[in-house]
Design a protein around this ligand. Structure first.
Ligand code: NAD
Ligand code: WQD
Length: 347
């Protein structure tokens, strides 16, 4: 691993936010697929250890540059010192609740950060971008499953930052149709690499269901609060489309390949197409871990919707991508990561 910015002539993929949860898993799949990568990450929500383990899993090397996507000078030097062919852009802040209390930080990191990145790409004539969007851009959908042509909306600054970036990218493509852009709308990414070496490592008490359940199962947290048991779903708890992070990562590899062949801007849902309730996820986790996951019912969490799952047909038809892993893989891989690394990368 090096942060050497000397001239290098092999065509590379720049992965912003590559040390994070989804980024690190995607680095594994990109390296396995023979790509050369440079990771740019400010480590605000990750540790360099994840990248050491990515290299250990793959037996391949990557370049790491510690820095911020809002640093114009650094970005310009990265693009002028390396032959970068495309960018996969994960870097950003992602906690919905925090975005409500710190909207300026979210707009600065996510929207301004993306603008700085796009300006540097434009200057360097690098016009292929895969962007981490989210199913949150569908707001509360009128029907299910959700297709890419559904109306978009946002209910919190995090979601609005994703929607703004999607709209900025649409405008950019109108101004210059040689851009090749993928808007990957992730549903609920969960699980970990089957090696147990990389996984989700929240800095604080987890906001999301799966890491919370995992920390209850290992005994770090007492019990899960199930937010709402009176939703119009089969058991009253919220239903989501959980997707294994390895499947999600492979979706990025397929998207990069597709953009090499086709110009344009495209939105693709990355989901399984099936919904599971909170209680079903708890039961599956208990089964895989053979540990109890005590829970209590609590009021609905503000801003939550009853149910959300994808129509993943467009990604199948256009990318040849489909999620292969089921809930059993998601919970058993998540448990392996949690039990082998009880304190994440600081274990
Ligand atoms: P993560 O926090 O694990 O990864 C994000 C990475 O970006 C971290 O390593 C962080 O240090 C880095 N980063 C943040 N701001 C930066 C900046 N200004 N400059 C450089 N690096 C910066 O999150 P993740 O779960 O891997 O999510 C990756 C992307 O996918 C994010 O854009 C997120 O909004 C999006 N997304 C995530 C989910 C999810 O549930 N995890 C769902 C939909 C979309
Ligand atoms: C899943 C279900 C909760 C925690 C969020 C973002 C979304 C995307 C993915 C980034 C819901 C319930 C949760 C808990 C619970 N992120 N739950 N107790 O809310 O679907 O999506 O992460 O783009 O934008 O909003 O995911 O994992 O937080 O919740 O009962 O302690 O679990 O109510 O039904 P969500 P989640």
């Amino acid at each position: 691993m090096s942060s050497n910015l000397s001239k290098n002539t092999t065509k590379k993929i720049l992965v912003t936010g590559g040390a994070g949860y989804i980024g690190s898993h995607t680095c594994v799949e990109l390296l396995n697929d023979g790509h050369e990568i440079i990771v740019l990450d400010n480590l605000s929500n990750s540790s360099e250890e994840s990248l050491k383990r990515v290299q250990e899993i793959t037996g391949k090397t990557l370049e790491f540059v510690k820095g911020d996507i809002r640093d114009h000078k650094l970005l310009n030097s990265l693009f002028s010192n390396h032959e970068i062919a495309s960018v996969i852009h994960f870097a950003g802040l992602k906690a919905v609740g925090e975005s409500v209390s710190m909207p300026l930080a979210y707009y600065d990191n996510n929207v301004n950060g993306t603008l700085v990145l796009l300006e540097a790409m434009k200057q360097a004539n690098v016009k292929t971008l895969v962007f981490s969007s989210s199913a949150t851009v569908y707001g509360d959908p009128a029907s299910l499953p959700i297709s890419e042509d559904f109306p978009t909306s946002a209910t919190n600054p995090y979601g609005r930052s994703k929607l703004m970036i999607e709209e900025i990218l649409q405008d950019l493509h109108v101004s210059d149709n040689s851009w090749r852009i993928a808007l990957l709308r992730y549903f609920n990414p969960v699980g970990a690499h089957p090696s147990g070496r990389i996984g989700e490592d929240p800095n604080d008490i987890p906001n999301n269901l799966m890491p919370y359940i995992a920390q209850v199962a290992i005994g770090k947290l007492d019990k899960l609060s199930v937010f709402g048991n009176d939703y119009p779903t089969h058991d009253g708890t919220g239903v989501r489309d959980y997707i294994h992070v390895v499947d999600l990562s492979l979706g990025h590899v397929r998207a990069i390949e597709k953009l090499q062949k086709t110009a344009g801007i495209h939105a693709w849902n990355l989901g399984v197409g099936k919904g599971y309730s909170v209680l079903e996820m708890v039961a599956a986790f208990e089964q895989a871990s053979q540990q109890p996951v005590p829970y209590q019912f609590a009021p609905r969490r503000s801003g939550d919707i009853a149910a959300c799952y994808a129509n993943p047909e467009k990604a199948l038809n256009e990318l040849g991508w489909k999620a292969e892993k089921g809930v059993d893989d998601m919970v058993s891989d998540s448990w392996r990561w949690q039990s082998v690394n009880p304190n994440g990368y600081h274990s």
